[in-house]
Design a protein around this ligand. Structure first.
Ligand code: AR6
Length: 166
């Protein structure tokens, strides 16, 4: 599908309508891609995030992009991988789906996703990629004019995405 693209790199550099952040339930920043996004966007982002309060795993909220090339940031909360028996698959799917819902509600044309939950939250990478790709493909069946970019930071995820999508 030519409306799906895979890029290896840092999501804070991507020029799209919205980049997605792999956030936590506090929405107040953290390590990994969340830390990189807050650092690149600047301190105004934290001020806007504070207004949301605590959110649940699977939720997504939208803020401005501030100093980023992207206009908006969608903060999606993935699951922490424990054993796989705690609704991790469903929650990861919800994180992607709720991000896509915000894309539609805000009339956005392009969105870039990191590999949510596959870093600090330890979700198995291959399984996470399958869920992400399946959710995006279902979405594109209905919204076939939208552009989706998967931004892989680590080599392992990049190879997995290339394999699954080619
Ligand atoms: N651009 C794109 N992807 C990145 C970047 C970047 N600059 N940096 C890391 N990644 P993680 P999680 C990739 O740990 O597992 C935070 O503390 C990374 O290689 O950022 O969802 C939050 O506040 C991995 O593939 O997020 C939460 O507490 C992917 O991003 C918690 O970590 C996700 O790794 C969320 O954990």
């Amino acid at each position: 599908m030519n409306n799906i693209e895979i890029i290896k790199g840092d999501i804070t550099n991507i020029l799209v309508d919205a980049i997605v952040n792999a956030a936590n339930t506090s929405l107040l920043g953290g390590g990994g891609v969340d830390g990189a996004i807050h650092k690149a966007a600047g301190t105004e982002l934290l001020k806007e995030c504070k207004k949301f309060g605590h959110r649940n795993p699977g939720d997504a909220v939208i803020t401005l992009g501030y100093n980023l090339p992207a206009k908006y940031i969608i903060h999606a909360i993935g699951p922490i991988w424990r054993s796989g028996n705690n609704d991790e698959v469903k929650i990861l799917r919800n994180a992607y789906q709720n991000s896509l819902n915000l894309m539609i509600e805000n009339n956005l044309e392009s969105i870039a996703f990191p590999n949510i939950s596959t870093g600090i939250y330890k979700f198995p990478k291959e399984k996470a990629a399958e869920i992400a790709i399946e959710t995006i493909k279902e979405f594109l069946e209905k919204y076939n004019d939208k552009k989706i970019i998967f931004v892989c930071f680590d080599n392992e995820n990049y190879k997995i995405y290339l394999n699954l999508l080619n």
